[in-house]
Every structure is written in C-alpha cells, then in structure tokens.
Design a protein around this ligand. Sequence first.
Ligand code: AMP
Ligand code: GLY
Length: 428
Amino acid sequence: MRVLVIGSGAREHALCVALSSDPAVSALACAPGNAGTRAVAEQVGWAGKPLDAADPDAVARVAVDWGAELVVIGPEVPLVAGAADAVRDAGIACFGPSAEAAQLEGSKSFAKHVMAAAGVPTARSWPVGGPAELETALDESGAPYVVKDDGLAAGKGVLVTDDRDAAVAHGHRVLDAGGAVLVEEYLDGPEVSLFAVTDGTTVLPLLPAQDHKRRDDGDGGPNTGGMGAYAPLPWAPPGLVDEVLATVLQPTVDEMARRGETFSGLLYAGLALTSRGLRVVEFNARFGDPETQVVLPLLETPLAGLLHAAATGTLAEHPPLRWRTGAAVTVVVAAPGYPDSPRTGFPITGADGEGVLHAGTALTADGDVVSAGGRVLAVTGLGADLAAARQAAYERVAGVRLADAHWRTDIALAAVEGRITVGAEADG
Ligand code: AMP
Ligand code: GLY
C-alpha cells in the first residue's frame, strides 16, 4: 500500500515512523513534511513547491500524482478546509473526516450542539455574540472563568483565569479579531486525551494519554499546543475507556451519522475527570499532538491496516488492537518565546537519534537542521514503566542542542509520584 501523510509536525513524524514499520506499506511519503520526516518518508510537493496543506485541491493533486492508495491527514486545518473530501473525490481512500464532520473541532458551539443531542456530558456553556453578552456570560459562569475562541486556535484560544479583567480582555481580543466566543463552566479534575479510530459506525478506542498544556513546570504559564505527554495512565479508574466509549465516543459518532455528517477518521475526546464524573472538554478531529508521540509507539497492531480499515468502512472486521507493555513519555523542546512569539532559524544538533521526533524543523541548503516553528522537537522515551520511560526521554533531551530552548522538566512527574487523584469528592 502506498501511503501519503499530510502535515509537518511531530505528530506526522510519529505517524510516518509507525507506518514505516507496517509491512503492508510498500511506499511512504509526507507532504510538506519536515527535516525529520525525510529520514523515513519521501518528501513530495506540488508543482515543485512545498505543499500548502490548507489547499484541498493541492492535497488531492499531490495524492493523485504520487499514486497514493491511502492518504492520512494529520492536522485540523486541512480537514476543516475539506482536504479529505477532495482526496476522496479523487477516488483515493482517506483517513480523516469531511469538512462538515471536522466542525466537531472547527466550531466549539457546533460540538456543543452535537453533544447536547447525543446526551454527552460536557461543561455548561454560554455563546457570546458581542461585548455586552460577554459580561453577562461571565456573571453567570462565575470564577474561575473559562473563555474560549469558538474556532481553531492551535490550542491557544482558551484562557482559564480567576482574573475577571483578564477574562474580559481575552474575550474582547477574540471578538475584535472577528471570532466568536464561548464562556464555559470551569471543570476540575485531571484531564485525559482518548483517541478513537472510527469509520463512522464502528469505534475503536486507543490508549488514554495525558497532555501537559501549560508552558511551564507546575502547570504555570500560558496554554500551548502541548508541552509533553505520557501513556498509559497508571491512575486512570478501571473501566474508563469502556465508559468513554459508551457515554461519549459511540453516541457522538452515532449522532453525526444521524445528521448525515458521518465522522470517519480519528475522534479525539479531551476529557476532564471531575468530582462530578467525566466531562468532555473538547473534541478534536485528528490525532493529538503530542499524545500521538506516546500512543503510537505502544501500538503493536500495524497502523496502515487500521487506518485503511477506517477509511474504507471495514473497521467492524478489523481484529482487536494489541498493545505493547510498558510506557512512553514525550517531552516537547520549544523555541525561545513560544507560544507568543517563537524565535526560529537556530541550528539544532543531536536531533537524529531514535525517539527524537521533529516538529518545527527545516533543512538549510547546506543540509543543516534548523528550528522553524514554536514546538521544535518531541523527544520520546520508552520504558518498562512510566518512571523508566521518563528517564529515557529526559536522557535524550539532554543530548539535544538548540540555543535558548525551553522544555518542561516535570512531564509525567505527578503520575510517577502518585500525586494524581480522580473524583476527590466522590461521585455522589
Ligand atoms: P481546549 O482548546 O478546549 O482543549 O482547551 C485547552 C485547555 O484549556 C484544556 O486542555 C484545559 O486545560 C483548559 N480548559 C478548557 N476548557 C476548560 C474548562 N471548561 N474548565 C477548565 N479548564 C478548561
Ligand atoms: N494535545 C492537544 C491537541 O492535540 O490538541
């Protein structure tokens, strides 16, 4: 099978690594890719230029030209723009939802409507059409305030704060930029990212993982796209995956089908395990980044066959997923100034070892690797348990050289130290 991966981050590098170890894959390409994906996948472009993944026609043309038999779309922007529709219209199997179905991620208020119709537990929310409604919504929600950009914002559109002035200012920023705002009830409790592969009918959950969204140690600093992740979750309640499948994933997929907006691809449930039970924080319509970098190395089932089954509506016949024992931890190495104003273009060394996945990197004309994005690398370690995986990841991080790089030193630490508890107030 000839497989083409669309995207240029560490998630796509992780997808390429996993796909390249599937014996069913006869050729692998990535577009536009990065300096790391080149080591495992052919770099293909369109008309002699790097692919603009946000242009659905260009994505379909590169897939046709290269002779792809399966296209795997990594990021949300091409999905929301309709890249999966364009690829399918060209007669090629595609892993990823239609533009309509990707609205589960592209519009938080659309996702709220679907959840309400499907009876899926989520935070209460107040849609805000203008500045006057913002104050009313904040009065009703009370502190801590959760103010969200309704549209795509690369994980950076959410402000959670006790500071009313900051909440108002964030809401105004989004409204002034022409966006819509959602104010939400605050959800306590640890967060879980659970991915499920689906063909629109059958839903196969993967391993739960946890992301670290804040930039700094101890969950300080601004929200980011994600600074590190680990899997599995030693503190997860038994039966968590079955519960999420029954109360969140399957009802959502069924409701999308009922609306005629069949969701196939990867449904990512971002969950909070609150003192009052589990709640959906958000849906994403694609693999999470950096959680993919810890989930895929633990997946023993060949990835291309799984994604092809989802893309072709044959997931019901797919064998149950097999997982490796042990744990995985990934640490994101970010550019100085990330997330507000990352400074890029610096040389990187020590980034070619096993487990070092490239995110924002590029090759110079001389063949040197330089930083080219806010999140530069995702460095993954595996081990018999979380403590060993954590140690392996940080040993690899120590071998990377990038001027003024920033990374968190506490990825997976609370889990290793047994400091994460679920449902402290006990579900009454
Ligand atoms: P989102 O883009 O919706 O995933 O939000 C990004 C991050 O903001 C989440 O992973 C949470 O850490 C935080 N967040 C979002 N919504 C809430 C909420 N209702 N209550 C508490 N924290 C939230
Ligand atoms: N890790 C968060 C995301 O992929 O949206």
